[in-house]
Write a protein that binds this ligand. Structure first.
Ligand code: WT7
Length: 577
């Protein structure tokens, strides 16, 4: 094994005394029950996550504190205090109530990161409805699957994105209304709403928000989280993001992703954080400009973004980034190289955090107060125990590869998979929540990531199910069947690669090389246009016959082995290959 590099906690330059000063002594004594007193409760043990994120600060000095520094793609700027966020979200709540939304209804948001995304999200939770978020990269097929499965009653979007509904709107009988936020009449109506609202007290177990995420098989599944999730998000944001009153915090994630909900809306605002939200796309100079202009002190981002910044070399040296004091990452393996680069450029180490849509909060993390072992995901958060188990849920010895597993009982563990109870049950084996990731635990209890145990693809941090991409490809007239895998890529972690079996007439046509190249591009663009702007195959290869099991399931593991030039392994269930 390679020599492990360690950054001592005492060598970290995070400037303030960390909110969690000593992991070893606090871990054994932590209790979620006691942590509940950090939140605001309604009589009878009721709670509301949105009230906790925003409204409960209104009778403190944070009332007029800036909660949101917003910057648009074109450089537009605006700021919102906690009290303004509270009022705007109340108006959303009142508007939605008038539109007939009642407790438990699903209201989906399909918007870029503009202020209405955040205020409507809060408004939905305040009236007891369930907020669903959708990446603005989604195209009609991805939208249809999610809106249909969730039975969303209202969709909040803008003019431009609403065009993608054209062909699916009439196939969604449960969708009663599409709200267009950049419509002048709508904005007039919204601002005419009362800015007072009776926030609905919820049972801690009541549904609050949901996100669709991918597995190996089938369409994406709706992971539902409850109001109590804010308890874990609040505590982890405090301990791990290390939010102090004077901090300026920037999380680069979109709320279409659980990070953008847990640590842009709920857990971070619940800690009264002043946040930067930038609605534009990745751009290295622009990002450094934002870090500099807003004097960002805490920055939570993702490994692909870090690698893209690394590709631009010494660029950070042109900016004054001395305000930064703590940097973190999530979503994919963070290589030691990226940490070393961060140390060189910012004098700070990226602190890796591991978690999932389903876990609702960070789970395995690098705390400031602990030594960082470069390349490790770190230690379980307070209030959670992790383990490495075999397929029957038996713990394996330290330093042995197995499934990364967690002991259920932390407050933000998903509550259900929407309408699929058997799917939900399939996560649990012998009293463990099985993550779907493989890894190992070292002699000090640090967790190390190895890979997925299933066919789920992680491209630029986004989780993509091969089945969704295969289904989109099959819709194309040239395609008989497709098998989709993740292919390792230095920048994006993985890229999507499709193996495609063509109809005979097209097989004949691709004898012409230029036609073959053109068809590959066409298929790739087809998926981009119908499914999603980020979930399309960057590589297409035509193949005569896809490897399958006798029961007809495509064996992606064989495609992957072939791609990687590895031995093909056990083929006893193969139909023929
Ligand atoms: C999957 C979950 C919660 C936001 C992240 C995206 C991979 C996540 C790490 C990490 C290595 C990681 C895992 C996991 N992943 N964080 N620090 N190191 N891999 O959530 O889209 O549900 O994806 O992302 O494979 O299972 P998600």
């Amino acid at each position: 094994m390679e020599e492990i590099e360690i950054l001592k906690a005492s060598d970290k330059k995070t400037r303030l005394i960390p909110n969690l000063p000593d992991y070893k002594s606090l871990y054994p004594n932590f209790s979620w029950e006691r942590a509940k007193s950090e939140l605001a409760w309604f009589p009878g043990g009721k709670i509301n996550a949105a009230y906790n994120a925003v409204d409960r600060h209104l009778d403190s000095s944070a009332c007029d504190k800036i909660a949101l520094y917003w910057e648009g793609d074109k450089g537009e700027k605006s700021t919102y205090t906690f009290s303004q966020l509270a009022k705007l979200s109340n108006q959303w709540g009142n508007y939605l109530k008038k539109s007939g939304v009642v407790k438990g209804d699903r209201v989906f948001i399909f918007l870029p990161r503009i202020p209405d995304l955040f205020t409507s999200f809060l408004g939905i939770l305040k009236i007891g409805a369930v907020a669903g978020t959708l990446f603005s990269a989604f195209q009609q097929q991805a939208l249809f699957d999610r809106l249909e499965d969730s039975g969303a009653k209202i969709l909040i979007t803008n003019r431009e994105l609403s065009l993608r509904l054209a062909e699916i709107r009439n196939k969604l009988p449960e969708l009663k209304q599409v709200v267009i936020v950049d419509d002048n009449d709508f904005q007039k109506n919204l601002s005419a709403e009362q800015s007072d609202l009776e926030v609905m007290p919820m049972d801690p177990e009541d549904n609050a928000f949901m996100l669709y995420t991918s597995g190996t098989t089938g369409k994406p599944k709706g992971v539902v989280h409850k109001h109590l999730a804010i308890l874990s998000q609040h505590v982890t944001a405090y301990h791990i993001l290390d939010l102090h009153d004077e901090d300026i915090y920037w999380c680069t994630a979109d709320p279409g992703w659980v990070t953008g909900i847990g640590y842009t809306i709920l857990g971070s605002w619940s800690n009264k954080a002043s946040e930067v939200i930038f609605s534009g796309r990745f751009d290295a100079s622009r990002w450094y400009q934002i870090l500099q202009d807003y004097k960002v002190t805490i920055w939570y981002t993702a490994p692909t973004a870090v690698r893209m910044l690394m590709a631009e070399g010494d660029l950070p040296k042109k900016y004054n980034l001395t305000s930064l004091r703590h940097i973190l990452s999530v979503g994919e393996p963070l290589n030691p190289e990226a940490i070393r680069w961060g140390l060189k450029m910012f004098g700070l180490a990226f602190h890796d955090t591991w978690w999932q849509t389903e876990t609702g909060c960070m789970c395995l993390v690098n705390y400031i107060c602990n030594d960082t072992k470069l390349g490790s995901m770190g230690l379980p958060i307070l209030g959670l125990s992790g383990g490495i188990v075999d397929d029957r849920g038996q713990e394996v010895p330290r330093k042995t590869e197995g499934n990364i597993a967690l002991r259920p009982g932390w407050p933000s563990m998903m509550k259900e998979i929407w309408k699929r109870p058997e799917k939900y049950q399939s996560y649990f084996v012998n009293g463990w929540y099985i993550s779907g990731d493989r890894g190992w635990e070292d002699e000090d209890g640090y967790f190390w990531f190895i890979g997925r145990s299933d066919d789920v693809i992680k491209t630029a941090g986004e989780r993509v199910g091969p089945f969704e991409v295969e289904s989109a490809l099959i819709e194309h007239p040239a395609v008989v069947e497709a098998g989709v895998i993740g292919k390792p890529d230095e920048l994006r972690g993985e890229i999507i690669k499709a193996f495609v079996d063509l109809k005979d007439e097209y097989k004949a046509k691709i004898a012409d090389k230029s036609y073959e190249d053109q068809l590959k591009i066409e298929l790739s663009q087809y998926v981009k246009k119908h499914l999603a702007g980020h979930a399309y195959p960057r590589e297409v290869e035509f193949i005569d016959k896809l490897p399958k099991t006798r029961s007809g399931k495509i064996m992606r593991r064989i495609l992957k082995a072939k791609e990687m030039g590895q031995p093909i392994g056990d083929t006893s269930t193969l139909e023929e290959y």
